[in-house]
Design a protein around this ligand. Structure first.
Ligand SMILES: [Zn+2]
Length: 95
């Protein structure tokens, strides 16, 4: 099931946070570290299923965000850019 796209998306490299404004909700905050650890690409998902604990550098940053229609692709400063995060998945990750 698809979630509606956010109304606004605000990336702060200074705070290493992404703030997303979803329709009819308070803004949700996502740390870059949390988003990197929750990468839904095939490789990261396979590692999670095999029981690997994702060790994410706390200094990881999102350096680019590419719209993909049903979600976004994040490019991290550790070189990882394989994850495409659907809106429904992102919505559930926020706090
Ligand atoms: Zn990944």
């Amino acid at each position: 099931m698809h979630h509606a796209a956010p109304l606004r998306l605000n990336n702060s490299q200074k705070d290493k946070q992404l703030v997303m404004q979803w329709p009819a909700e308070e803004p949700r905050v996502y740390s870059h570290e949390r988003l990197r650890g929750a990468c839904p690409c095939a490789k990261c998902r396979a590692e999670n299923i095999q029981g690997y604990v994702a060790l994410v550098n706390a200094d990881v940053e999102i350096i680019a965000i590419n719209p993909m229609g049903y979600g976004v692709q994040f490019v991290f400063n550790d070189g990882h850019d394989r994850g495409i995060y659907p809106w429904s998945y992102l919505h559930n990750l926020g706090t």
